[in-house]
Design a protein around this ligand. Structure first.
Ligand code: DGJ
Length: 726
């Protein structure tokens, strides 16, 4: 997978259909040479041409054509001849941030080493990947940067990370560490980002590149609802099914930066990495700083193929644990059914009705602990409120299990309400700056998880609940962003990243002690839907917006990077609690199928017709749950124009598929949509089954070339087709 072409001092990372090539130039600088369609190891001809350029200074006096300002680099630094954005900045004792990084050595090994203290993709067998480690050194200071590149055998994906080592004899500070930096030779790309807000996360935004810096990031302490740690560059002709697309995704859950700088010669520097506000990480002599992993995916056949590569990799080699490959239970969550207003009997009644139609897991959301009757108090006090739940969680879990269901529970472990016993006992345990206001959001403060004693409390609080009752699922929520980020335990410039590392450490321990528990992460919906948390929790509550039509754009955007198995999606009541829209129950179900499927309403309140529709949904879902959990997604139409949306999930062997069509707003006397399918076997015959129509046996070639003609004419209605190879 990785070839060292010694004659040209280049390294070829060979994916199934892609190559990523870097090389050491005559001056020892590590250059980026190619990331795109697969090329054979050997000479790359005229890939780098140098010219004497005005105002691009020369580090080698004898060569006026050589400037780092014009070289395509793998690990650019600041302060000398490159005026573009740096990937690594280290502050020396004299206050300067210069690094003159040159090649020192390299190693190619089978497999993929773990990243210390950070989530990352992994292999189960060393034959699945090769790793190239290139060590660069700044000779005057002794600072080394180790760049690691893992090429996967079965995926057109390269996992990149870097480690900064202070091998000098003075204390230094890391102030920037971007895991991936790639100088593409042209700027005729469009930049795709996943941007949004609470209840409208990960909307696809595409804009042409222009000279200068453009990008997205988070300073919120989490990856955020507002931006996602991902960008893609789309070639001019690229679309869903064709053209070159390059994705950069960061396996991290805190502040990040993802940007592209188009320089004076139309070279595009794409970068992604962690970038907390005012990062200043102390490196004593001999210490190292590990940056998170960036996963780079190239597709020569459009955005859809890029997404499928991310899906397969993240589903099987980022997520972990016994639920990674298992179909997830159909659940019912009481949040939108009751909010804080529940009793044991009410919860059991909701569960019982759900069980009648085939739901398998009952999740008790917020409000079961401490003085938590609203969002004003109780966070931090993880002791069941027996006045609300007589007999505690043990009794409630037993009643749910007697129904034949499993029991799940909500936590928000990273937070504290000022009105809580925890805060009264430890007012200094939250992030705050002494002498300044402690800004609240949703009446809560953030626990200082950079501190070991605070993490220990949180760990024991959650673990003792999980040890005490039969709990099969945990929803791990996080409902505000970080402000006044300071800690008595660490220098201020380290606290953001240490908070994130603290969350990872907690999750590592908890998921190890409770491997039988299915963990779902949440941050006011999809505020931390990122690859970092997917490593610990294989599914995420996609958005607090449960409206089926709003979910189309949210799930479409989320699917650009993240697998369907990761997206929590529920059928909720109408009018919808977030946007007041009314849609048919079957529509809500069909849209929720394309995720970890569940319900979030009281089925006792449904009309007989809706209850029958809910029952039918569970029957239909059970026919396709394995397919949906592990199949390949083909996005047929996004629905961004508010007319119709469609997608298809196809089994890996193309033996089965589910096609979903959603009519958004009906036009008047309009054309019948043409739905050409994807991913099928053209030589196979498929039985096509759809409610209300006779079965039809159609060739894969016909379905690919001609497709289906859905007659779905009412606003907000859906239709599904089940395909089975005969
Ligand atoms: C925000 C989550 O996204 C909701 O689903 C719910 O769990 C509430 N928090 C509870 O406070």
């Amino acid at each position: 997978m990785i070839v060292h072409h010694a004659a040209s001092t280049t390294f070829f990372l060979q994916g199934p259909q892609s190559s990523y090539v870097l090389g050491v130039d005559v001056h020892g600088r590590l250059l980026h040479l190619h990331w795109g369609a697969r090329v054979s190891p050997g000479s790359l001809g005229q890939v780098v041409r140098n010219l004497d350029r005005a105002f691009s200074p020369n580090p080698i006096q004898a060569d006026r054509t050589y400037s780092l300002d014009t070289q395509p680099q793998e690990c650019p630094t600041a302060g000398a001849t490159d005026f573009r954005a740096a990937a690594v900045v280290v502050e020396h004792p004299d206050g300067t941030g210069l690094l003159d990084l040159v090649y020192e050595r390299h190693a190619i090994t089978a497999g993929k080493p773990r990243l210390a203290d950070l989530p990352a993709t992994y292999v189960e067998d060393p034959a699945e990947a090769d790793t190239l480690t290139v060590t660069l050194i700044d000779r005057p200071s002794g600072v080394r940067v180790e760049l690691a590149y893992s090429q996967f055998r079965d995926h057109d994906a390269v996992a990149r990370s870097l480690r900064i080592i202070n091998a000098g004899d003075a204390v230094r500070h890391v102030t920037a560490a971007l895991s991936a930096s790639i100088d593409l030779p042209t700027a005729d790309h469009r930049l795709l980002t996943l941007s949004g807000a609470w209840a409208r996360e990960r909307q696809v935004e595409v804009a042409p590149l222009r000279p200068g810096v453009q990008g997205v990031g988070s300073r919120r302490g989490t990856s955020s609802h507002q931006q996602n740690p991902f960008i893609a560059l789309l070639a001019p002709d690229a679309g869903e099914e064709h053209g070159e697309v390059r994705g950069l995704s960061l396996v991290y859950s805190g502040c990040f930066n993802a940007q592209v700088e188009v320089d004076q010669f139309a070279m595009a520097r794409a970068q992604i990495g962690l970038q907390p506000p005012a990062l200043r990480w102390k490196l004593a002599p001999g210490e190292a700083f590990q940056a998170p992993e960036a996963v780079l995916v190239y597709s020569g056949t459009g955005l859809g193929a890029m997404s499928r590569t991310y899906h397969r990799l993240y589903r099987t080699r980022l997520a972990r644990g016994q639920f990674r490959d298992a179909p997830r239970p159909i659940l019912i969550n009481n949040w939108e059914a009751t909010y804080f207003d529940f009793t044991s009997d009410k919860l059991v009644a909701i569960a019982a009705k759900a069980h009648e139609i085939g739901v398998e897991l009952m999740v008790l959301d917020d409000g079961w602990f401490g003085a938590r009757d609203g969002d004003r108090a109780g966070l931090g006090d993880w002791v069941v409120n027996e006045a609300k739940l007589p007999g505690g969680l043990t009794a409630l879990a037993a009643r749910i299990e007697q129904l034949g269901m499993r029991f799940g529970l909500w936590f928000e472990p990273e937070m504290v309400n000022p009105d809580s016993d925890l805060y009264r006992a430890h007012p200094d345990w939250c992030l705050h700056v002494p002498g300044r206001v402690r800004s609240q959001a949703r009446n809560q403060l953030v626990l200082d998880l950079s501190r070991a004693e605070v993490r220990e409390y949180v760990y024991e609080a959650v673990a003792s609940v999980l040890r005490g009752a039969r709990i099969s699922y945990v929803k791990w929520d996080m409902n505000r962003h970080l402000t006044e980020v300071w800690s008595p335990a660490h220098p201020a410039g380290e606290v953001h990243h240490r908070f994130c590392l603290g969350v990872y450490e907690l999750l590592e321990r908890i998921t190890a002690e409770f491997p039988h528990v299915l963990f779902e992460s949440c941050s006011g919906g999809g505020g931390r839907f990122d690859p970092g948390l997917l490593h610990y929790m294989p599914q995420v509550w996609t958005s607090d917006n449960t409206d089926a039509i709003a979910r189309l754009a949210i799930q479409h955007g989320t699917s650009i990077v993240y697998p369907l198995s990761a997206m929590g999606a529920h059928v909720s009541a109408v009018p919808n609690h977030q946007n007041h829209r009314t849609t048919p129950l079957t529509t809500r179900g069909h849209v929720a199928f394309t995720g970890a499927f569940g319900f979030e309403l009281d089925l006792n309140q449904l009309s007989p017709a809706d209850l029958a529709a809910a029952r039918a949904l569970v029957v239909e879902y059970n026919q396709v749950r394995e397919l949906l959990a592990a199949g390949d997604l083909y996005r047929l139409r996004s629905g961004a124009d508010q007319t119709w949306a469609a997608w298809q999930v196809v089994a890996a062997d193309a033996g089965a598929a589910l096609v979903t069509f959603v009519r958004i707003l009906a036009g008047s006397n309009e054309a019948i949509p043409v739905l050409r399918l994807r991913g099928l076997d053209p030589a196979a015959l498929y039985r096509v089954t759809s409610a209300g129509e006779p079965d039809a046996d159609l060739g894969g070639d016909v379905l690919l070339a001609i497709g289906l003609r859905p007659l779905v004419r009412h606003d907000f209605t859906t239709k599904t087709w089940h395909l089975k190879r005969l």
